[in-house]
Ligand binder design. Structure first.
Ligand code: SF4
Length: 210
């Protein structure tokens, strides 16, 4: 399914039960030539209302984080694992079957954008996009090569809003993105641990290092 077909189908999708809790589908937004692709878990109340990913307090944090690395929303593609708001207040996490039903849309988006770096926000997005079962605490901040791009797991915006220590680490993970965006695409499956050495002491990433 190409991007246009995916978008058209998703906007009227009833493939899983989340079609009953949404008021509108939040497909995602951003230029299709973005080098950075950011994936959250699911739309919440504000996203469902606006029809755009990362709104409300999370959206303000998102904008500040992007500003801090010299990127605005207009330069990244942002979306979520599932495109419809789960029920509940706060909304519950999407179920594995719901993520699975929505997966084809996400895959079409990644394939169309073909980003160099995919930032996975939160435990669920990190697990699904890396294919790893490790807890987020173990893989957070690493740049994991997969299919010619780097997957970078980090904390969710919502968690970072309430836990200052997580917010500090999220800021730190964002600060390393420009370096990865400048690097060559990975050609092996070796994990690059960008947290191993403090930024100032780290050798610049060299093409062919991995
Ligand atoms: S979450 Fe995805 S699969 Fe489920 S109804 Fe919405 S668009 Fe369809």
């Amino acid at each position: 399914m190409d991007f246009a077909e995916a978008q058209k189908e998703a906007l009227g999708c009833v493939k899983c039960g989340l079609c009953h809790s949404r008021t509108q589908v939040v497909f995602g937004e951003g230029p299709l030539n973005s080098e950075l692709f950011i994936v959250g878990e699911a739309p919440g109340f504000n996203e469902d209302k606006e029809g755009r990913p990362f709104q409300g307090a999370s959206g303000m944090l998102f904008d500040r984080l992007l500003d801090s690395i010299g990127l605005g929303r207009g330069k990244v593609y942002s979306t979520t694992l599932v495109k419809c708001r789960p029920p509940g207040s706060p909304p519950r996490s999407p179920r594995p079957s719901e993520v699975s039903h929505c997966r084809a849309y996400l895959m079409s988006q990644i394939s169309a954008v073909d980003p160099k770096v995919v930032l996975a926000l939160g435990e669920m997005a990190s697990r699904i996009l890396t294919g790893k079962k490790d807890p987020l605490s173990r893989i957070r901040g690493r740049a994991i090569p997969l299919d010619g791009r780097y997957i970078v797991p980090t904390f969710s915006l919502v968690k970072a809003l309430y836990v200052p220590a997580d917010r500090d680490m999220l800021v730190s993970d964002f600060s390393r993105l420009p370096e990865l965006l400048e690097a060559e695409r990975p050609s092996t499956y070796d994990t690059l641990n960008v947290l191993a050495t403090p930024s100032a002491d780290r050798e610049p990433i060299q093409p062919g290092l991995w």
